[in-house]
Design a protein around this ligand. Structure first.
Ligand code: GUN
Length: 281
């Protein structure tokens, strides 16, 4: 069994980006700029945003952090995003989700121009992915593909099973694997025979959001197992995969923490650099 060390790969990606951002600055006389908007005080979101800002520093990206109170109005958030959209020193805009319940997230995200959509959440970017055209890909599934690539795992011709169909992970993950010539099955809460579907997978991606949901009996011997889950149980981070048991059967497996999580941020930074390069070309 090979442990897929996302933490290590993410550090490599950040180091590569540092060289790219330095070259960008030398050529264009300004830094790559990423704006991060956090509304409210959700503790998990605060940690993610802090790590995103820290990642920017390490990769030589100028970060613009904007913190709004939990009771910020729709108009306040919209005005901020619109201002960032018009700001030439900002190449990418990220609005941390979830937003407080009184806000209309769709209307806020719609104000992010496609060319600054570092999350790849816009209909335009999802459409490009569905058409296998170049665009910005959502950071977490993009990070999974980068891990597969760096561990020389080629999805071509493999049976890939994605458990979860969220707009942020499951759907784009399935499209990426399809674009990489895998035979893709997407499972979800209404899937009949989930266990049998999973047990057929050469590459199994778990993005369900339930701790230790994927048991050893759901995994084929020699499968590649990618755990996207981040669940907090008794103050500890646990993935969607029962790591202790499943790691006995898998050929490759990602740990939680230290697997997919760090890659999400690394790919966000990569997306920001790509947006900046497109803005100047
Ligand atoms: N909340 C959880 N994951 C993400 C993400 O990838 N991007 C944003 N903007 N918010 C998130």
């Amino acid at each position: 069994m090979t442990l897929i060390e996302g933490k290590k790969v993410a550090a490599e990606v950040r180091a590569e980006l540092k060289a790219e951002t330095a070259a960008f600055e030398a050529q264009y006389g300004k830094k790559v700029g990423l704006a991060v908007v956090l509304v409210g005080e959700d503790p998990a979101s605060q940690v993610y945003v802090r790590n995103k800002i820290k990642g920017c520093e390490e990769a030589g990206i100028r970060s613009f952090a904007h913190y709004l109170p939990a009771d910020a109005s729709q108009k306040q958030v919209e005005e901020l995003v619109a201002a960032l959209a018009a700001d030439e020193s900002v190449h990418g805009i990220l609005v941390q989700l979830p937003l407080p319940g009184h806000l209309d997230a769709d209307r806020i995200l719609a104000l992010i121009p496609t060319e600054k959509d570092v999350d790849g959440f816009s209909a335009d970017n999802i459409g490009k992915l569905a058409l296998n055209e170049e665009g910005t890909v959502a950071c977490t599934p993009f990070g999974v593909m980068e891990l597969l690539r760096r561990y020389h795992i080629d999805p071509r011709g493999k049976r890939a099973v994605v458990v979860g169909r969220s707009n942020i992970v499951g759907r784009p993950m399935a499209l990426l694997l399809l674009n990489a010539d895998a035979t893709v099955t997407v499972c979800h809460s209404r899937t009949a025979d989930l266990k049998e579907e999973c047990a057929r997978a050469d590459i199994l991606v778990a993005a369900i959001g339930k701790p230790k949901f994927i048991a050893a009996e759901m995994v084929k011997d020699g499968a590649v197992v990618i755990d996207v889950g981040i669940n907090r149980v008794d103050g500890k981070l646990v993935g969607d995969v029962d790591f202790d048991e499943v790691s006995k059967k898998a050929s490759f497996i990602t740990p939680v923490p230290g697997g997919v999580g760090p890659m999400t941020i690394a790919m966000l930074l990569k997306n920001a650099v790509a947006c900046a390069k497109r803005a100047v070309r």
